[in-house]
Write a protein that binds this ligand. Structure first.
Ligand code: FES
Length: 290
């Protein structure tokens, strides 16, 4: 039975992978991405706010919960709430539409740093969400005009659309790692490990070393030595290729700023800090540990 369910769901499972291959979607993605980057430049206060940098957590996922929760509540009340549930259902639809505005803004901001197949799936995810907002908005208008049955049908269609986009959003996050901390599974050894001669680490000049299978960026800042995991927490950019200035490294991919001494995220688009390692010098060798 499970096998037959698997077979039936095969087209659905493959859908995001097929969307990733449709290069004509780029014709929509290119101008929209340029517009978003122009309106919300990487590292700007708006970019950081929408990314969730001050929170240390992406802002888009919790906002989607508000939208989906409100609309789910409205559809349930439509189906089983009877006359007494009408007013609450209408209010929940309005709440969902209002909450969708910042949710779309955070989603566009996150999407603007994607490329290739994930960017294409993101276009379909975002476009279908806009359709869902339109369906729930017109549902509310129909209700106000007394056409409740039409309003219910539109809300049900909107619910189908938002469920589909949730499926695509899950693909982007859980299968492609959009929004996740790209250092989550990079674990440096807990014991002191020699990685370089002390004399080879130059002032404000990144040096790439490897410890326990993890790439680490070493850099000297005056009297102290700093070590950060090299794989950028945002989307995996090579930090050792970034610029270093005033105790900060700037990622070469999307310009997130990380403090060298402790990896704190000082500016977005990252919402995750960068793991810092402990450093010491022992008999002329630089040693690091988690
Ligand atoms: S990979 Fe995006 S800021 Fe580093």
């Amino acid at each position: 039975m499970i096998q037959s369910l698997r077979d039936r769901l095969q087209p659905l499972r493959e859908l995001p992978l097929r969307l990733e291959q449709i290069d004509s979607i780029d014709q929509i993605a290119d101008p929209v991405q340029r517009a978003v980057e122009g309106a919300v430049p990487p590292g700007s206060p708006l970019n950081e706010g929408l990314s969730g940098t001050p929170l240390g957590h992406p802002l888009h996922p919790p906002l989607t919960d508000v939208v989906v929760g409100a609309w789910t509540g409205a559809v349930v009340l439509d189906l089983v709430g009877g006359k007494r549930g009408r007013a609450a259902a209408d209010r929940l639809i309005v709440l969902g539409v209002l909450a969708a505005l910042p949710t779309v803004a955070t989603g566009l901001n996150d999407w603007s740093t994607l490329y290739g197949g994930t960017r294409r799936v993101g276009v379909v995810h975002g476009g279908t969400n806009v359709v869902a907002v339109g369906l729930f908005g017109t549902s509310w208008l129909a209700r106000k005009k007394g056409r409740r049955l039409t309003g219910k049908a539109l809300a049900l269609a909107g619910f189908g659309a938002v469920t589909f986009t949730g499926f695509l959003g899950g693909h982007l996050s859980f299968r492609r790692g959009v929004g996740v901390d790209h250092t989550a599974f990079l674990e440096a050894p807990g014991e002191w490990t020699p990685v370089a001669d002390e004399a080879s680490v130059k002032e404000s000049e990144a040096m790439l070393v490897e410890v326990g299978g993890v790439d680490v960026m070493l850099v000297r800042q005056g009297e102290s030595l700093c070590a950060l995991v090299d794989h950028c927490a945002h989307q995996g950019g090579p930090l050792h290729e970034g610029t270093i200035e005033d105790g900060v490294v700037v990622c070469p991919w999307h310009s997130s700023h990380f403090r060298l001494s402790d990896g704190a995220a000082l500016s977005g688009p990252t919402s995750h800090p960068q793991p810092a390692l402990e450093v010491r010098v022992n008999e002329g060798k630089v040693e690091v540990r988690k």
